[in-house]
Design a binder for this molecule. Sequence first.
Ligand code: 13P
Ligand code: SF4
Length: 329
Amino acid sequence: MVRPLLAASDPELASLPAEVLRARALALKRSRNAYIIAHNYQRGELQDLADATGDSLALAQAAIRADAPVVVFCGVDFMAETASILNPEKTILLPELNAGCPMAGMLTADQLRAKMAEHPDAAVVAYVNSSAEVKALSTICCTSANAVRVVRSLPHRRVLFVPDRNLGAYVQSQVPEKEIVLWEGFCPTHQRFKEEDIVRAEQQHPDAEFIAHPECRPEVLTHARHITSTSGMLDVVARSPASRFIIGTEDGMLYKLRQAHPTKEFILPTPRLVCPTMKMTKLASLVRSLERMEYEITVTGEIAARAKEALDRMLALTRESPMVAIAGY
Ligand code: 13P
Ligand code: SF4
């Protein structure tokens, strides 16, 4: 991956009113012929501007479908890397250089090689929240939307699941016929959400349905009525007769849910469910990114080719996600 050394923040841009930034972003989007993608955890103003919003799986598919030479990925680095691996002919921009995922940083390629040597018979399933180098060593990738399906599809009895121990433990509970070896990685944001938080929220809102992301701690997941990816949450709410929901994931998801279901109530069980790197990207970052065409994320060579094989195996298993929201400007 080629990255410039300096992350630029432009105080002049940051001081402009939101309407001015929005108009500038739309004008630049047209002149650059760019397609804007925003993860469900992004700030509302970016979700509003995006051509596509969704979970990690839907957004990987959206980047492939994007009929534009430039894709701006409002999210974190592994998502832009995945887009680059799947679309080497497109220019992939990440507006904030330091928007990384700490979980992806919890496993290096060398650590994975050592673990694979301990379990030579195991298939390696890499959650997409991982580096391109880790994906390149893997049998297949997965996202939170398809992890159970991916693991079930494998002929291997033993699976080395990396790097998220919570998602891996959830998959183990759903696929008891396999032996899943876990890596001790985790999402620091979901890890801050403790069982006492959900117990308190359930006491305060006894009529609410609790929907949790599988990155949550196992003891939190035991309270959940539904465990699903961020876009899966939209699906659950659309099908449920309940009018109140406790949402066990990053707070950007509540913006998405409130927009889609304005008559329903959504409760964040703790204010600690905010991902600092997901929130780094602002409207001003998007404008700067389109103005300067930065920061270009590229994955090339053998790493890209091998990581693409692992991603393609996952995509071949996964039907088109119905939960991607596409807007047109
Ligand atoms: P999904 O949107 O794929 O469920 O992933 C959540 C996440 O943590 C992305 O960083
Ligand atoms: Fe990574 Fe967690 Fe932030 Fe997602 S919410 S980008 S998994 S730290």
